[in-house]
Design a protein around this ligand. Sequence first.
Ligand SMILES: Nc1ncnc2c1ncn2[C@@H]1O[C@H](COP(=O)(O)OP(=O)(O)OP(=O)(O)O)[C@@H](O)[C@H]1O
Ligand SMILES: [Mg+2]
Length: 241
Amino acid sequence: MKLELKDLRVSIEEKEVVKGVNLKVNQGELHVIMGPNGSGKTTLAKTIMGHPQPKVTGGEILVDGKSILGLKPNERARLGLFLEFQSPTEIEGLGLVSFLNTAKGAITGSRPSFKEFMHEIKENAEKLALKEELIGRSLNFGFSGGEKKKAEILQMAVLKPKMAILDEPDSGLDVDAVKIVAENVNALMKMHGMGAILITHYSRIINYMNPDVIHVMKDGLIVKEGGRDLIREVEEKGYNI
Ligand SMILES: Nc1ncnc2c1ncn2[C@@H]1O[C@H](COP(=O)(O)OP(=O)(O)OP(=O)(O)O)[C@@H](O)[C@H]1O
Ligand SMILES: [Mg+2]
């Protein structure tokens, strides 16, 4: 899958938050977006996935050259897009397994057998060092902050998207968990040619990965692009670069 943002402009409640972003992510590529709090990174991520709140006021979002602006979030998921939420919500009464089963069925058009599916979930939970008892719970209900973030990665591993947007997957994770999450994303990229946009504030997770481009987003715009050196520059000088 090739994802392209062309001069994308997005407003939330009449305020322009994304002010003309251009970005091209090919299959198998890893793009990192860093930037100050409130610069529009999460808004950009939600807009790509079709969240109803941000309003696109200009520009285009193209998947393999075709506009997806008219598509609902579930239709975008069917194309192979996936968003890991910065702050996953707890949904009491919706079991993690049944949620994943429905999502997988909606995306692939056929539901896997329960036994096979449970096996896949357990296998991936183990890879993520996610406690097995969490699988039996409602979605994110009573999960710790780090467990919620890992559960999002579990969803990604099971749904196998073509392009994943990961909104601070490392936030609130302990040092071992950061490495585990990075390795799981790497594995999906390698096995399925998944492309990824990784939003983060820290170099730690990127140290375990092979980013193609680092983008710095400031006040709704991508103001700088580069390689690993740019991360070092940001960590040393902050965003006055
Ligand atoms: N639901 C909302 N209502 C009003 N303003 C909003 C809403 N969501 C986002 N904003 C505003 O849009 C701007 C961009 O927010 P966004 O969440 O995209 O930032 P971010 O770059 O992800 O920041 P962070 O690094 O803190 O996660 C902020 O000024 C924020 O206050
Ligand atoms: Mg954010």
